[in-house]
Design a protein around this ligand. Structure first.
Ligand code: MLT
Ligand code: ZN
Length: 462
């Protein structure tokens, strides 16, 4: 009598040997996140090449009682795309589903498969003279599916909103293998429930996003990038107000960088700010298709100096110089990782509370975790601060989490502004969200994934 095939064998017989990795060193990159904080052990990795194949994989895994962990570029910061250590979960990688299906410069849409790298999609939009405004440090590896499933933020949220605001249509595979094709390219669609919102930001726990239609924008012809030093976060906030008064919605990024971040970038990436040292820095970008932007930005910066809001500053004279200024910001995370252990917090508070939040969190940490160093930076324009705390390797991260998140809660903030919950913040979400909200989340999960087969252990505790 022949033995029933095991799961990797069944998947191999369905998709072919090149689509399944069942053992050996090739499994490793799929098993652990890039910071190596969440090591897992998959039953196997499966790499379908079409939506139908994704649906078949989901059905086979369901029959076998195996969980499916969707994975894009594996660039997340909350361990949302890696399997647990049980050796029973199947990683479903999208790296063979990376096509751009269409770019429409008049209808202002791009349709891409989940495994398409964000930068590739940005470049395709640019080649058509349009802008895909989702922009983040990991854009060279992050994928469209991951960006949608995580409702990614990034540096342009201030002007263009989170990923959610750019999704027009989705194709999703449900936990029973049903394919839902909602790849509509409509600006207006009020026909019934807007179900795609359920899947955006649900981190693969409610369904598996296989393709998306995203909204494009006209591509601004001119942009201005400036780096300024400011006395403190309160001055940075007043600078934001001035920038928005003078430049309106042309301000597309407004990033806060602390002196600690700059020091880490100097130490580990060898990059230095071309302005006098200070305690806090602001990186501002504005973009427009109309001429006169640079003059308006110069006038705005002039009044910032007159009012004492900025201490020193530089405006990029070329695209290359703008890229150098952005490199300072983009290297913060990587430099921090090289420094040693850091306890990350991706928090938001109401915008005007950011200075008080920073002060109070700093005081609470000094009292409760003496010796910890704060590396704060992030998207000030969105009230989203990456309040990362550098500690010794043996320091208990949960103590630091509790201190910081209690201050966040006191300000009516969120414990995850853009990185998501993944497995990293799953306990914290349960602690800081009201029981009624958690119950609603469990009902949704139960309705869409009653057997808890889709990315279990992420977002919600089992
Ligand atoms: C960033 O804005 O650079 C990231 O979201 C990163 C981080 O917290 O390290
Ligand atoms: Zn960020």
């Amino acid at each position: 009598m022949t033995q029933p095939m095991d799961l990797p064998q069944r998947l191999t017989s369905l998709l072919g040997p090149s689509a399944v990795i069942a053992e050996g060193p090739d499994l490793e990159p799929y098993a652990v996140d890039w910071r190596r904080l969440f090591p897992g052990r998959p039953a196997c990795v499966v790499r379908p090449a079409s939506t139908d194949q994704v649906a078949q994989v989901v059905r086979i895994c369901r029959e076998a009682g195996a969980a499916v962990v969707p994975q894009g570029g594996n660039t997340g910061l909350a361990g949302g795309a890696v399997p647990d250590a049980s050796g029973t979960q199947v990683v479903l990688s999208f790296n063979r589903m990376a096509a751009i299906r269409s770019v429409d410069p008049v209808g202002l849409t791009i349709e891409a498969e989940s495994g398409c790298i964000l930068k590739v999609a940005q470049d395709a939009a640019a080649a058509a003279g349009r802008l895909l405004p989702i922009s983040l440090a990991a854009e060279g590896s992050a994928t469209i599916g991951g960006v949608v499933a995580a409702n990614a933020g990034g540096v342009n949220v201030l002007r263009y909103g989170m990923t959610r605001s750019l999704v027009l249509g989705l194709e999703v595979v449900l936990s029973d293998g049903t394919v839902i094709n909602g790849l509509r390219k409509l600006r207006k669609d009020n026909a019934g429930y807007d179900w795609k919102q359920l899947f955006i930001g649900s981190e693969g726990t409610l369904g598996i996003v296989t393709a998306a239609v995203l909204r494009l924008l006209p591509r601004p012809k001119h942009s201005v990038t400036a780096l300024l030093s400011v006395r403190d976060p309160a001055a940075a906030l007043r600078l934001l107000e001035l920038a928005q008064d003078e430049l309106g919605d042309q301000v597309s990024a407004f990033e806060l960088i602390s002196a600690t971040s700059m020091q880490l970038v100097a130490k580990h990436a060898g990059l230095r700010a071309p302005i006098a040292e200070g305690e806090w820095f602001v990186l501002i970008e504005a973009a427009s298709s109309l001429s006169g932007l640079r003059e308006a930005a110069e006038a705005m910066l002039g009044s910032a100096f007159e009012r004492g809001l900025a201490l020193d500053g530089v405006i990029a004279e070329s695209g290359a110089q703008a890229a150098q200024l952005w490199a300072l910001r983009e290297h913060v995370t990587e430099s921090e990782a090289r420094e040693g252990k850091s306890v990350k917090h991706d928090v938001s508070v109401p915008l005007t509370e950011v200075p008080r939040f920073l002060a109070e969190a700093g005081e609470a940490l000094a009292a409760g975790a003496p010796g910890a160093r704060v590396n704060a930076f992030g998207h000030l324009g969105d009230g989203n601060i990456h309040y990362n705390v550098l500690v010794d390797a043996d320091h208990d991260a949960s103590v630091v989490n509790r201190i910081v998140h209690d201050v966040v809660a006191a300000f009516g903030g969120s414990i995850s502004a853009e990185h998501g919950i993944g497995q990293y913040r799953v306990g914290e979400l349960a602690r800081y969200r009201a029981p009624s909200e958690m119950e609603l989340a469990r009902r949704l999960k139960h309705a869409l994934d009653p057997d808890n087969r889709l990315n279990p252990g992420k977002v919600l505790l089992a």
